[in-house]
Design a protein around this ligand. Structure first.
Ligand code: FPP
Length: 252
């Protein structure tokens, strides 16, 4: 079957998630200190937000900082945090002007109060925006999020607020930080690494994954548009068979 001309089903693209990898290697390749890679990486993140606006994507989630990233040299962690606070200050106007709603997922208990204050302000100032929802994962891992959900659910069970026999996947999703966000349709990871690295472990169950070789700071609109084109030609069967997707009478 011709993959380019085949009429695909379920090709709706609401939510794109990205593991922005390769900043350090980009810096090394260009004979620059690592922080220059992160600086260029932050600029690339803004470009990707603009590509999503152009393509009318509803949700973009970016893995900005994992719990494991605290283990990096303090100087690098400090720089990433500085970049984040600078972005929050400089880009709030951009978020507002472009109808972007900011959300954050993650622990945040280790993030400095000056940054959480900036985050709270930006989240508050963009809460009524209706265009793109930008989800930043900060001090986040998927396992941490699932454990937190299990703790809250267990507490509700022990208080008899929830009947253990009635727990299903939609109800469990309500306990996740992404309870009000549809699962990603597409995940992009740059830099040639082929792993999920603890990102959105529950939510990525049926996501189409694109592992690409380009380093994050080199990511551009052509690559983005080509991925979307290939995504639209993938058949998302969600466990069913092709014939069921093409014949609505078999769709049960
Ligand atoms: C991965 O590259 C990148 C990070 C761990 C940090 C991501 C941060 C940014 C892109 C900038 C800040 C983002 C926002 C939204 C303000 P790496 O350092 O792991 O690269 P390497 O694997 O080549 O060393």
């Amino acid at each position: 079957m011709n993959i380019i001309t085949k009429k695909s089903q379920n090709k709706d693209l609401r939510h794109i998630s990205v593991i922005m990898d390769g900043n350090g290697r980009w810096a090394l390749k260009n004979d620059l200190p690592r922080f220059e890679g992160h600086k260029k990486g932050a600029k690339t993140a803004k470009c990707v937000i603009k590509y999503c606006l152009k393509q009318k994507i509803q949700y973009l989630s970016l893995f900005a900082f994992s719990k494991e990233n605290w283990l990096r040299p303090k100087k690098e962690v400090d720089y990433i945090m500085k970049l984040l606070s600078r972005s929050l200050i400089n880009e709030k106007k951009f978020l507002i002007e472009n109808d972007i709603k900011l959300k954050v997922i993650g622990d945040l208990s280790n993030i400095s109060p000056s940054i959480t204050k900036l985050l709270d302000q930006a989240i508050n100032d963009t809460q009524n925006n209706k265009g793109l929802t930008l989800l930043i994962a900060l001090d986040y891992t998927g396992r941490w999020e699932i454990l937190e959900a299990v703790k809250k659910l267990s507490s509700d069970i022990s208080k008899n607020n929830v009947d253990i026999n009635n727990i299903d996947e939609p109800q469990f999703k309500n306990y996740l930080q992404t309870s009000d966000i549809p699962d990603p349709d597409l995940l992009i990871r740059t830099s040639g690494e082929k792993r999920l690295s603890n990102f959105l472990l529950w939510q990525l169950s049926y996501t189409e994954i694109f592992f690409i070789n380009e380093l994050w700071p080199d990511f551009n609109e052509t690559i983005f548009n080509n991925i979307i084109l290939e995504f639209k030609n993938r058949e998302r069967r969600f466990g069913k068979i092709s014939e069921q997707l093409n014949n609505s009478s078999m769709n049960t």
